[in-house]
Design a protein around this ligand. Structure first.
Ligand SMILES: [Zn+2]
Length: 160
């Protein structure tokens, strides 16, 4: 392989989808107490949603490539017009109604169309759109075993 081919390669997935809290605490520390977490790991990237609107997503720097690929796949599938609103990614907080940390705390979760796909509801984002996320390592909150969170995608195996 010559050097030019190297530049054309996809960004390397820098870590596999999270499988446990231990995994996250070991790798990245505790965003609730570590005042340096955001500076070390959080970046933002710009993406287009419905009506050509641009959004700025704050997320973990190690999933920059994955998020980029999801948006490319959604665009290729003509699915961008479905994405009406962006409702946040990185925010240090517990899972609503629980004391467990949300994956949003590590910048590994993203919410869309919260007003239409409410927590605990039976609404689901279109299958084709969910597939774009799954293909790139994200677990859909609509598939959570217990309380469904159909606005939510997270870079995990779903085991957390
Ligand atoms: Zn969420």
């Amino acid at each position: 392989m010559n050097i030019l081919e190297l530049f054309k390669r996809k960004p390397i997935t820098q870590f596999p989808p999270a499988d446990s809290y231990f995994d996250l605490f070991d790798r990245f520390g505790n965003p609730f107490v570590d005042s340096d977490f955001e500076r070390r790991y959080i970046v933002s990237s710009s993406h287009q949603i419905a009506d050509g609107r641009w959004i700025e997503i704050k997320h973990h720097k190690f999933i920059t490539g994955e998020i980029h690929d999801v948006f490319v796949d959604m665009n290729d599938g003509g699915l961008i017009p479905i994405l009406n609103e962006y409702d946040g990614a990185y925010v240090v907080r517990s899972i609503r109604g629980s004391s467990y940390p949300s994956l949003h705390s590590w910048g590994l979760a993203i919410d869309f169309d919260a007003s239409k796909y409410e927590l605990g509801s039976t609404a689901r984002l279109p299958h084709q759109l969910v597939e774009c996320w799954r293909k790139n390592g994200f677990f859909y909150g609509g598939d959570f075993r217990h309380r469904k969170d159909p606005m939510h995608f997270e870079y995990s195996t779903g085991a957390i």
